[in-house]
Design a protein around this ligand. Sequence first.
Ligand code: BES
Ligand code: ZN
Length: 952
Amino acid sequence: MGKGFFISKAVGIAAIIVGAGALATIIALSVVYSQEKAKNNDNVLPTDGGTTSKPPVTTTAPSNEPWDKYRLPKSLVPDHYNVTLWPRLKQNLTTGLFIFTGQSTVEFVCAEETDLILIHSNKLNYTKRENNHLASLTSLGGVKAPSIKSSWLQQVTQYLVLQLDGKLMKDHRYHLHTDFTGELADDLGGFYRSEYMEDGVKKVVATTQMQPTDARKAFPCFDEPAMKAIFHITLIHDLGTVALSNGEEKESSNVNIEGHDVQKTVFQPTEKMSTYLLAFIVSDFSFINNTIDGVLIRIFARTPAIAAGQGDYALNKTGPILKFFEKYYNSSYPLPKSDQIALPDFNAGAMENWGLITYRETALLYDETFSSNSNKQRIATIIAHELAHMWFGNLVTLRWWNDLWLNEGFASYVEYLGAHEAEPEWNVKDLIVLSDVHRVFAVDALASSHPLSSKEEDIQKPAQISELFDAISYSKVTSLTQNNKLISLFSLQTYLAEFAFGNAGYTDLWSHLQMAVDATGTDIPETVSNIMNTWVLQMGFPVVTVNTSTGIISQKHFLLDPDSEVTTPSIYNYEWIVPIKWMKTETIQHPKWLKNESVSGSDWVLANINVVGYYRVNYDQGNWERLLGVLSTNHVAIPVINRAQLVDDAFNLARAKIISTVLALRTTKYLNKEREYMPWESAVGNLDFFYLMFDRSEVYGPMQDYLRNQVTPLFTHYKSLTDNWKNVPVGHMDQYNQVNAISLACRTGLRECQNLTNQWFNQWMETKLNPIHPNLRSTVYCNAIAAGGAKEWEFAWSQFKNASIAIEADKLRYALACTKQPWLLNRYLEYTLDPNMIRKQDATSTIVYIANNVIGQSLAWDFVRARWSYIFTQYGGGSFSFSNLVNGVTERFSTEYELQQLKQFKEDNAEVGFGSGTLAVDQSIERTIANIKWIAENKQNVLDWFKAEEKP
Ligand code: BES
Ligand code: ZN
């Protein structure tokens, strides 16, 4: 019998702490747009926003002045703010702009004597106050405040700067008053506007997205997460509209301001909180509500959406998930209400503003007739994710953005626990491996990856902060939390209790984990921090090789391209403390921390059971053969998650030249007997790489023939399971796999599948009644549009434009990219930069959809490189996820010629820059180089293998 074992750094294996991640969407927002656009817009704002007294606004070499540094000095600490904001939802006909005006008073304490006030401010124009300065200062407690000597706006570092003619005194309190105006632009950042049509009338919503650094675009504030304060918010808004903010409504009255009859809504003061979690919204949305243990829960959305019941699912699930987290954290929800709102324009998926969570419509609104099971799962998990932040992130906040990974990574893990609570039948936790582990493996295997933790001093500029919202931050921590041994409830609860309403860093969490380990006597080989640091402070992950012929188990940094050069040194020499759990011939061995164990013999051995460890596994050839044997004779002997993992490991080990590509392909041979979702999904994901590499070459035909044969039994299985496609499979995973069956069958050219999808789509076009089940719509639409021409495309476009729910529009938007007509694709590309056609929030993903299409690939690439500077300056970080875009349009790159183009692109745009896509450009170059080599080395083998498999 084999055993689990532990080998520490030198020859180690591991499987402990690691685990699940979240559905992490790569989100890389940048704020460059705001900065760029600010330069142009500041002059046209209606009130005087000029600078006074000092020349500054300079983009040249940074000096050492405090206002040239991105971080605030520690001299002033905010206590509370009184902020009144008045967004105008009607365009000013003279300027053509939408604006907001505001007044703010911030009370701060002077912690160190200083004659300088720096407070964040971006794209705000100030009305001059006493002595023509941009702000005025008063002091509390009898002493006289020094007067302002000069005041100006420092655009690069986004400050309002006030130089005083005397010192502020330590421990004294002061009030800083400002009156300001900003543009309520459609740029998805700060205080911005969202528009939609209702009954033929254009409606405007004023809403906010502050994280990470855009609160300063709404009012002057100490805009760093550790500068927590209490906020007293008042909103002025048109009669009959609804005003929302983090706090409960305290009072609302009709008032006349400057000759306008308006409504003034005052909110209860917030808890002590960070600026990035603030939210202000004015709309004429409707809501539904319920109350759970005294907490008011409301769902807001466009009135027709609420009337159609599209908020019901979210309302029903929020209460139970909130209750679950209260128990999980042993901490009651600290606010009297929890609002959630679906916005027509929203850049991310959702944002955890404390007490007022904002969503894009597709992430909150559910409608049985339009939403797929996957849409439903996304809603449940995203609600859980944001509610998890109410404690982890909002109550206890990371000190600085370099620790963002802990905030997002942790929420991305517990979202599975919350979603499981909401939908216990789904087994969502199993999906961690596909959605997070595989996702982060893909980027963390590159030499251009980065450690989870960054140094505080390396993260300064807004674009650097935005770049942190990537797959590593979102999905890697999950891998380190899966094994609940260390993340025990106790430690989390004490951590939250100690730091409530304050800030902490990841080392504080490790201390609490260590306390829990000590208290429970958990057996681990080293301290929590020694174990965790090997995963957190160095990038990448190991491949663990289990050699059953020698008995030796070893680890090595896994690099997708073994020839790539790792230029970042690691204090751990790219070795990890790896916990391991494994099985031998159907007997699962209990995970252990053992040393000097060996694994040998003639039985088959399988390591990393259920993929609780964040590492890949390789075996000696003999054991690989034994495992292939089990797959072909009795695949169910291997746990389903490991079947998925064997396929994924094999394909990736082959890409890294550790095993042969033919061995990887052989793991797909048993698939004609496989009915489970996870192994299929894993295979499809890996075969996608083959499609990307070969769909323009002679390998394509034989590959199609092989895969068609493999998937036909699955297609037939679902056909009979659903009684000729009339019923819906019962299980959640089965529903997913039905989609795989149809997608792959149609993709590989199975005639019956193509007929089926065409027939459904035609029926819809003719009868105007859609016969297609929501689960199947994306793939059916895509296949029918690919098979059709302009008529099908135009029909889908008109359905897209008229869709009553964003979730349906999204399926069509995806499918419209599937046409094989270059002129339609080119026209569609043009639409992506016209916000009247495609909302800004959707522009990136639409271009990437087009690039995924073999016909659209080069069109999308040409489009992006021709328009880069336009896209970058006009769309900027506020509305574009640049890393997704760059990775997306270069995914298929695999020729020397494409590599040269990519390098040229980098060079040509060096001046414009890539913002949050900077890293993605290097990753794409690295990937392209690896692809070129991979094709050179593998094409012939792969072709021969597929051809041989075709023969009976
Ligand atoms: N805090 C983020 C939203 C965010 C991301 C704001 C990037 C600013 C920049 C939020 O908690 C989040 O992570 N949302 C995810 C959803 C989640 C289920 C992974 C999103 O928006 O996709
Ligand atoms: Zn989050």
